[in-house]
Design a protein around this ligand. Sequence first.
Ligand SMILES: C[S@@+](CC[C@H](N)C(=O)[O-])C[C@H]1O[C@@H](n2cnc3c(N)ncnc32)[C@H](O)[C@@H]1O
Length: 287
Amino acid sequence: MNQIATPETGAALGANPDYVLGSSDLEHRRLVLQARILRPSTEQFLRLGGLKPGMSVLDLGSGVGDVSMLAAAIVGPRGRVLGVDRDPVVTEKARRRVRNEGFDGNIDFAVTELDDFDSTERFDAVVGRFVLLYQKDPAATLRRFARLLRPGGILVFHEIDFTVQNPSWPPSPLWDDSYALLAKAFRANGTPPDFGRQLNRTFLDAGLPGPMVECHASVVVGGDSPMVPWLAYTLRSLEPALAMAGLSLPAGLVADDTLSDFLAKALTEQGGQALGALQYGAWTRMP
Ligand SMILES: C[S@@+](CC[C@H](N)C(=O)[O-])C[C@H]1O[C@@H](n2cnc3c(N)ncnc32)[C@H](O)[C@@H]1O
């Protein structure tokens, strides 16, 4: 994988200005927790989409490396994965994790804007999780990366929709109002919180063969659910975006280590459950 036309820009890229959740240590820990929750869905989407041993894969918006490692586990030692992310800090963490997990041989990373990425190599698969929603023109991103596929190559994307109203029952206003803040912060930043349900349209707008689309939903039951700290971490990562939008946490909640316990209590004191975010997978194959 040495034919990448775009050189690593490394620390020169600095922050991750268009990514509403930022690039803090907390955000990187949040991504790892989120990856643990999402792994079964992402793995199923990748396998249904046709990811197989021996394939070469591009992972768009690779973050701290979880989708790259998942794809690498599927394609095995004869396959390989190139993760692409604009953020040098997150990518350094991804490299470290990949080494620690023993994937060293078949995963590489390139630090670049997706729009600036190019390669003379043709890949078997282009995949990504929670990355299209952040693009100014997601169909253009898909179209551009589809050109880097071999004939018969696949595209597999996992995206989210967290716009469900009143997800808890019996109703927990503290939980529901906190959850609703996620979508408000994303919308204020210009990032669609319901991008998952736009996947079919986006693939068609990219001129791709109509995709298969599947949706998974999880339910938060009990304070031990990993979705509780996920909501707390996500709200904490979103703090600057919330402040910029003039939004604040419901009264009584503070964006610190206590947040998770307060949210757990709010949901569990009445024996409640809450619908989690909807996880959409979409995949298609090039002619
Ligand atoms: C929500 S994180 C997802 C990380 C990983 N895919 C996962 O699911 O764990 C999105 C990542 O996409 C990267 N990203 C978003 N837009 C990008 C762009 N235009 N060019 C390069 N990287 C981008 C961000 O830097 C961030 O690391």
